[in-house]
Write a protein that binds this ligand. Sequence first.
Ligand SMILES: *Cc1c(COP(=O)(O)O)cnc(C)c1O
Length: 387
Amino acid sequence: MAITGLPEPAWRKPIAFIDLVAQQERIRSRIDAALHTVLDDGNFIMGRQVGELEQLLAAFTGAGNCVTCGNGTDALQLVMMAEGIGPGDGVIIPSFTFVATAEAVMERGASPVFADVDASTFNISVASLKRCVQQAKTDGLKPRAIIAVDLFGLPADYPAIREIAAEEGLVVIADAAQSFGASLNGDAVGTLADYTTTSFYPAKPFGCYGDGGAVFTASEAASELLQSLRFHGRSPDSNDHFRVGLNSRLDTLQAAILIEKLKIFPDEIDRRNTIAQLYGSRLGKLVTVPEAVDGARSVWAQYTLRLPDGVDRARLRVALHNEGVPTAIYYPRPLHQVSIYGKSPRDPEGLATAEQLAESVLSLPMHAYLDSETQDYICAKFSQLLR
Ligand SMILES: *Cc1c(COP(=O)(O)O)cnc(C)c1O
């Protein structure tokens, strides 16, 4: 993640923002063998590894059903289709998220309604969510669903979200693209909402070597519908088509890779938590680091901190880059300020926290293979350059 136009950093050993090479080295021979099996079988679409992975992931989460698909954005869109969400419907989403969350809603002709987030968790604010449900009604929309996003790997406050959803008759969707493997009060991501979507994009905590995604649901009926929708709306036992669907399947090759990656995933989650703890203890006095949330276990898709007022973030990033420390800004703009979503309904009291976060957040290198020596270096340089 080089900042373009800058000279090469003086510090030579490159630090990866997300290191996919170290992980590959760890399991390369098993990946090679798994890929060869798929090549020998020749069933590249919906080969047996796809079903096998779905069973493994359903068991891993306890969700009951897992339906894989082409990517995390399609996963959200498939849920919108399964619930028949479309024009005239309002779907409440946090403004501080990746663009795909809103895109899946708009693509169906429904309207995103932007809620603010909590500064300490980066996740949807329950008070704002309530105001957004009312705002949707005021705007003549039918509130249909909430897409809570587990930002940076931390589950949203599902017990509170579900309470509001029950009162208002809304479907709860968890956009868990960044949080697969996390849990809340002992319940795994995948079981916390009516539908949970995730992404296997390479840089996500549970990534493959290409695009991929999945939907988790406890409902057998919803699972069957999703299986039809991802495969051109075809009926399960004939060549008939009952509905319009998508072409959105997980490649057999990617499923075979994920089966191997799942074996080391619990260990990788442990490592990420150790690394996050170390960042917290080293940097917690200088900047606002993510707080531990009671009962929640994050998978740390990103380690995102908030800089104090008055720090020139752009300059700090350049200085860190020059010392070989890559950083990123997730997200530089809340979605209610992105051109295409700029006119969408939103919390009538404003989205001050999302706007403040976009100005002050900074993400540091985070992956399961960040060794303590490198992390010491990052923390030392960060502390020195912040002053
Ligand atoms: C990555 C991501 C997505 C989209 O996943 P893709 O597989 O890239 O389509 C959706 N929502 C969030 C919060 C994400 O981080």
